[in-house]
Design a protein around this ligand. Structure first.
Ligand SMILES: Cc1cc2nc3c(=O)[nH]c(=O)nc-3n(C[C@H](O)[C@H](O)[C@H](O)COP(=O)(O)OP(=O)(O)OC[C@H]3O[C@@H](n4cnc5c(N)ncnc54)[C@H](O)[C@@H]3O)c2cc1C
Length: 408
């Protein structure tokens, strides 16, 4: 379903009358049958969620994206579909990944919300939290009644955050006192708590803390005018003498290395998003190529347009195939940071290429979000740079393959 301007809708209706037989013959985009790898019950659930996302989320997301607004009203419906608890409801890793993929195909910002929520918030509290923290937060998180924000990046430290992190935590009279600043933090202005990574001044280790956002000294300012992921409310956060109970330290996160496995998986999660955005790109480009008439015939009739369509679908399918193999390695316990980094870097490089081809295919209409493609074009840039930039992930791969680190 492509979102078309009124005159296009009329033209499309006329064309559909004339070409109904040809339209009916258009095959599903999953040429390699990858969705079919899901077992029957998950496959049925997947199709139900897809229908909802395409019907309810995708059309409305353009307006929210343009206005940089968060669609709070969608949260109960997303919760109803189980998207708030993918991490802990016993879903297979393949299903979870394909959910991230399918949400991204409809809207990348929402897939960022669902992914960060499951991988970095629910996952961290479930695996690294205390019994009391799990009891306090998991029910609200699972039903999207409450949200968390993952606060690692700082104004002066992005790629070098592991070594450079400056936010401090000091245990004073049975309370942690947190000081510092965080930047780019997703949901930072709307979350109930932030999972803040800070350096314990006593032992210099980086630890994870639950900081409720209504604590005195916590302030979050929305970062506006982003070129992509505009629905996600990213924040600049200042932590000024924020006092939290001693019990707000995540017991399993008393060392940054403890979070490594979850950070590896969240890196790979972006690969599912990158595959999803490319299938979304193909959906839009194919519809447009069939509908837009130039030189008296649909664009789809021109060989160069067919080449672009074929390349976009090839990139998209290769990205999804890479992610399916990554999920298989995760299931077998074989996935390491190097594979996550390779999957993230490769799929986002291909996504950038695919959206550029899609944008060009729509000509002038490719530069306005009214035709949706420009939204995907901007979103792909974020995928390329967050959760470890393309360059940093490439350095991780090449270090593993040569034994030589080239970061500094
Ligand atoms: C929309 C958005 C959402 C985000 N959400 C979150 C979030 O929810 N929580 C969170 O904690 N963070 C979040 N981030 C932060 C994100 O992870 C960082 O932007 C990312 O890690 C890069 O850091 P930086 O922006 O400081 O870039 P820098 O580290 O300053 O890098 C700038 C450029 O230099 C390159 N570079 C850096 N070091 C090297 C090197 N050694 N060799 C070669 N090239 C190098 C980089 O690849 C990049 O091209 C988000 C970012 C964005 C844009």
């Amino acid at each position: 379903m492509t979102l078309l301007r009124p005159e296009w809708r009329r033209k499309r209706a006329q064309m559909q009358d004339q070409q109904s037989t040809a339209k009916a013959a258009i095959p599903d985009v999953d040429l390699m049958g990858m969705i079919g790898l899901l077992p029957a019950d998950e496959h049925e659930r997947f199709l139900r969620v897809r229908e909802f996302l395409q019907r309810r989320v995708r059309p409305e997301s353009i307006g929210f994206w343009n206005r940089e607004e968060f669609p709070f009203e969608l949260l109960p419906e997303l919760a109803e579909l189980g998207l708030g608890e993918l991490q802990v409801d016993g879903s297979s890793l393949l299903f979870k990944g394909l959910m991230y993929f399918e949400v991204a195909r409809a809207d990348v910002s929402l897939s960022a919300l669902v992914g960060i929520h499951n991988e970095l918030i629910v996952g961290m509290i479930d695996r690294l939290g205390s019994a009391a923290q799990r009891e306090r937060w998991l029910p609200g998180l699972r039903s999207f009644r409450e949200l968390g924000a993952f606060a690692l990046t700082e104004p002066d430290h992005g790629s070098d955050i592991a070594g450079g992190l400056e936010t401090t935590a000091e245990l004073v009279d049975g309370e942690w006192v947190i000081n510092g600043a965080k930047r780019w933090i997703g949901s930072g202005t709307i979350a109930d708590f932030a999972l803040v990574w800070a350096r314990d001044v006593a032992d210099q280790r980086i630890k994870g803390f639950i900081v409720e956002t209504d604590r005195p000294g916590y302030s979050a300012t929305k970062i506006e005018h982003k070129m992509g992921l505009r629905i996600m409310q990213n924040a600049h956060i200042v932590l000024d003498q924020v006092r939290i109970p001693e019990a707000n330290l995540l017991p399993g996160a008393s060392d940054f290395a403890a979070a490594n496995e979850l950070l590896r998986d969240s890196r790979a999660w972006v690969g599912w998003q990158a595959a999803g955005i490319q299938f979304g790109t193909f959906d839009i480009a194919r519809d447009y190529a069939l509908e837009r008439i130039q030189f008296g015939r649909p664009l789809a009739k021109f060989q160069l347009i067919q080449l672009s369509l074929s390349e976009i679908l090839g990139n998209a399918s290769a990205s999804l195939a890479l992610m399916l193999q990554f999920a298989r390695m995760q299931e077998q316990g074989d996935a390491q940071m190097v594979q996550a980094a390779m999957a993230k870097a490769t799929t986002t490089r291909l996504a950038r290429e695919s959206v550029a081809k899609g944008r060009a295919l729509l000509g002038g209409n490719g530069v306005t979000s009214d035709y949706e493609m420009a939204k995907l074009f901007g979103d792909a840039e974020i995928l390329y740079s967050y959760e470890g930039t393309y360059e940093i992930n490439s350095l991780i791969v090449a270090r593993a393959m040569t034994g030589v680190g080239a970061f500094v």
